[in-house]
Ligand binder design. Structure first.
Ligand code: FES
Length: 366
């Protein structure tokens, strides 16, 4: 057995003030617990992806990780019932002269249960086959009482055209999926935002995994359709887009560019105007994920502020041959670019200077 390595943590009276706290002693992170008038200490590093356990919460006899809520027993370091083998080290403590001390040499072994990697983490490989186009409709409506959506109508027109061309297509109606809002893991810590999204990994009922599958692994071209709502894309679009943070953050945290040689196009319709603002956002966001844009990457329709007239608007879109042909041409432009890209090796972002979260203070070239 190795020699004890006692290190002073501080005055007992002071440390008693918090039921759970994160401490660092010579680069060893500890979660110190004061419960039932007694101190215990377990590792401050979570088994999952390293969350600071001491910054979490105490729930009964368990320390709950603040990042994705894994639980470890405050005294034994064992995982929850059924997951005991997933355990974090426990440390010996002593009190001397009103100070609390920890023996860093006393750490019990860490244990990790084997977790199969999530299927979405497999390498991104473009399987042989025809061009693949996924349409994503972000219109909100009651599925039990459907109504006409002009953006979805044009998206369906685009996908029908793609099928006639021999491309494979899928349609994801986001309103038909049950999925949770982004809970801001990245705001807790950059490394708390994982690929796929932590929610996808933790919650088998969350259905955004099928959209991730299509976007990252299946489709060569993605066409997003949205209505205009008070000058912006639909609320459902934003709920979905926030869950795509994990795609962008892979570049930020791991230099892992998941979207390569893929093309995005957009369909935007609204009774009111603001096409350019909505298109500007969509183009900016998806190009930031790594998508390529064809020339004229969106088609849009709006009767405008003064001419808002929804009955007329629906009829107009339903019967507009020009808009129908425009949807088809959007597919053609996206497909042409996609075919060209598939014949080249993917452009991979080499230098993050000028990109989001590039740490300029660490780089002084001149
Ligand atoms: S639950 Fe602790 S890091 Fe994910």
């Amino acid at each position: 057995m190795s020699q004890p390595q006692w290190h002073k943590l501080g005055p007992v009276e002071l440390l008693k003030e918090k039921p759970l706290q994160q401490l660092e002693i010579h680069r060893t992170k500890l979660a110190l617990i004061f419960k039932d008038n007694e101190f215990t200490a377990i590792s401050g590093v979570c088994n999952h992806v390293g969350g600071p356990l001491g910054n979490g919460t105490l729930e009964g006899d368990y320390v709950v990780c603040p990042w994705h809520y894994y639980k470890f027993h405050y005294r034994t370091g064992l995982g929850e019932p059924g997951y005991e083998a997933d355990r974090v080290p426990v440390y010996s403590l002593k009190i001397e002269n009103d100070d609390l001390w920890v023996d860093l040499a006393s750490a019990t072994p860490r244990g990790r249960l084997h977790h199969d990697p999530h299927p979405l983490t497999r390498p991104v490989v473009r399987e042989p086959g025809p061009l693949r186009i996924v349409g994503i409709s972000t219109t909100v409506m009651d599925n039990a009482h459907p109504r006409l959506s002009t953006s979805e109508l044009l998206l369906q027109e685009a996908l029908s055209h793609a099928q006639r061309k021999g491309y494979e297509t899928r349609l994801q109606k986001i309103r038909e999926l049950k999925f949770r809002h982004c809970e801001g893991f990245y705001s807790k810590s950059a490394h708390a935002c994982t690929w796929p999204c932590s929610i996808t990994q933790m919650d088998p009922d969350d259905q955004l995994d099928r959209v991730y599958e299509d976007l990252i692994h299946w489709a060569d071209v993605m066409i997003v359709a949205t209505p205009i709502r008070w000058g912006s894309a639909s609320s459902l679009y934003y709920k979905m887009a926030e869950r795509f943070n994990c795609i962008q953050n892979q570049i930020t945290t791991h230099n892992n560019q998941l979207v390569r040689n893929k093309v995005a196009g957009f369909i935007i319709t609204g009774g009111q105007d603001n096409v350019q603002a909505v298109a500007g956002h969509l183009m900016g966001f998806f190009s930031e994920l790594g998508y390529h844009l064809p020339p004229f990457p969106f088609i849009a329709h709006s009767l405008g502020w003064s001419s808002e007239n929804m009955e007329h608007n629906m009829r107009y879109v339903q019967h507009s041959r020009a808009l129908s042909e425009a949807a088809q041409e959007l597919v053609d432009r996206c497909a042409e670019l996609s075919c060209a890209l598939l014949e080249t090796s993917a452009h991979v972002l080499q230098h993050r200077a000028g990109r989001k979260a590039f740490n300029a203070s660490k780089h002084r070239d001149r």
